[in-house]
Ligand binder design. Sequence first.
Ligand code: GDD
Ligand code: MN
Length: 366
Amino acid sequence: MSADLLELAIVIPTFNERANVPVLVAKLDQALKGRNWEAIFVDDDSPDGTAQAARELARIDRRVRVIQRIGRRGLSSACIEGMCATAAPFVAVIDGDLQHDETILPAMLDALEGDAALDLVVGSRFVEGGGTGEWDRDRVAKSAFATRLSRRVLKADLSDPMSGFFMIRTDIVRALVPTLSAIGFKILLDIMTASPRPLRFRELPYVFRVRTEGESKLDHVVAMEYLIAIYDRMFGRIVPVRFAMFSGIGALGAAVHFAALGLLFRLMGLPFVTGTIIATFVAMTFNFFLNNALTYRGQRLKGARALFGGWVSFCLVCAVGAVANVGVSAFLHDAQHGDWRVSALAGVAVSAVWNFALSSRFTWGR
Ligand code: GDD
Ligand code: MN
């Protein structure tokens, strides 16, 4: 390849990694001497000013580029955007916190350039010569569990499907983008399971380094997103993940509705209809916040004003459902004078369908 042609893009997803940015660029410069590369930071508007730090570098070093995403979060989706933003034929993804070993990048590139049949090279902690560094037992166990779970969707014999460190032919990812789930942290697993044909990979060992600056963003929500991503690959075509979550939260909302109604109607002696109306609002508010935090996490409404507006719109679009709820349950209650819970459940079921259809469009739709 001619010395002037861009060979490789290194996509670096970042969230609050300001102190690591200049160190990483210096390390890339060292590791990739003689190669033609660019680094693309994809930052989700980190409060610590990571994007600004990267831009300052970009002004003096044209190999550095910055994508600053506003109002969005997500490691996988950030990686995808970065990978789509380059003209280089090869693209690598590497963490911005220096935990991945950038010194194996040239070997990854050589492997891909030297073997046209090879689709990607994966940095692995679990082949000879690799390692997880100083991981406590708990994290080793969790990682092993996640890896086992991934086997349910992954047909390839990857030793480290949880790895977020790999290099791939750019045109392959570009073709797969429409079928990626883009949920959570596991971009490599997403790519491997999206491909209609088995991708040909090679694994190169590396030792996962200890983080010295900033902190990990892997929390309970990320763990839950992983389960959602697996669900999406297994059943997403039958019951879309959004609807499954909305229904699950709806079921919790129904429990809240029952509890509130039981309290108001049975214990406090309010009329059934009044109790149902109040219980409906309590459940609606509960559902709004939970859906905002989970189902629509990627486009979550933030700040008091947006939240209030969203809540009002959620209540308004669900008003149809709430009216149906009150109507159906009150009608059944009057008609049968039987079990009040059956009446309430029928009302909730009718409103749930309405709520999803209307709110996905009007409350969280863009
Ligand atoms: N743009 C963006 N948006 N970047 C993010 C986000 C986000 O929402 N969340 C995390 N990042 C960035 C971090 O700033 C860091 O550069 C990189 O993604 C990895 O995030 P960490 O929070 O450091 O993750 P980790 O070290 O716990 O997990 C790593 O190890 C896993 C294997 O155990 C990641 O490399 C995973 O991809 C990997 O699977
Ligand atoms: Mn990390």
